[in-house]
Design a protein around this ligand. Sequence first.
Ligand SMILES: CSC[C@@H](O)[C@@H](O)C(=O)COP(=O)(O)O
Length: 359
Amino acid sequence: MNSIEWNRQALILLDQTKLPVSEEYIHCTDWRQVAEAIKMLRVRGAPAIGVAAGYALVLAAREAAAQGDRDEQFTTFFEFANTLKATRPTAINLAWAVERVCALVRTSVTIDGHDDQTVSLADCIDRIEEEAIAINKEDLALNSAMAKAGAGIFEGRRGLRILTHCNAGALATAGIGTALGVVRELHANGQLSMVYADETRPLLQGARLTTFELHQDGIPVTLLTDNMAAYAMQQGLIDAVIVGADRITTEGDVANKIGTYGVAVLAKAHGIPFYVAAPYSTFDFTLASGKDIPIEIRDSREVTHFQGCQTAPDGVPVLNPAFDVTPHEYVSAIITEAGVLYPDYTKSIARLHKEVQER
Ligand SMILES: CSC[C@@H](O)[C@@H](O)C(=O)COP(=O)(O)O
């Protein structure tokens, strides 16, 4: 079974906080359960939380349509949508999916620029569900397109050793993954020798999730702690870095899991190319500079404790940003479902935007 599945009554999520020790599924019949699952990283990875949010809005619409008058129902629905959107502020795919569904609802009740009173929220539910399914299916398809585009960078090369950070794989998307989608394609082509997976402190998405899914698929993977990446590069063990992204600005600055920026700086210092794989839905066309990306700050307990075990003294102040921003100067290329973007990113990203808008 997939890590995200919709059976029309419930959203079934693989609880990623339990991996790799146990495979447990949560049946969400209330959008609040999905919001909690997103907040607690039971479902995580920017594209995956966008897909989950789409289905959560079906549950939210069903609930809102069952109470109050027509206006109250729409108000309640949009309030639910806003609450959902706020659960994780950095991953723009979440806001993108929520906005996409809300825009559809607004369009459905608008006629000649006016509110069409004959359309109720209940009338919109099927359309919301179709949109959620479309977001899911699109993500599945674009992962494969991105994998092929990314593998194209390495044409004619074999024995590749790729370092990745966090988990940008099947668990983080509805398909084969973004960064790990490219890795899977390289493996299928016989071009991959080894994936080096950063452990990814503090929540160990690399150790728990990346090694888990690659291991399951028989793809060679070696785990290293974050502070070993410099050593691995210095030893000549890494040919390229490929990571995912949570938000990319129009100048090509990239927000991704905390620690990514450090890896990018190391890669540049060692002359190793640093690639980012992300779909169109990860671009924020309203922001130019990465300095304006909101960074999610998470509970200090994630740093002072691990799986219930205390690892720091009581009361010690903690800094726990969940993401950092890699400035575009460190990014060798951005792999998308529509092809590979190279610097000057202001130009190549604008071209991508125009192409998608004109489709
Ligand atoms: C295809 S997933 C891309 C990113 O979302 C991923 O690299 C990442 O940073 C995930 O962070 P997480 O906090 O686990 O949701």
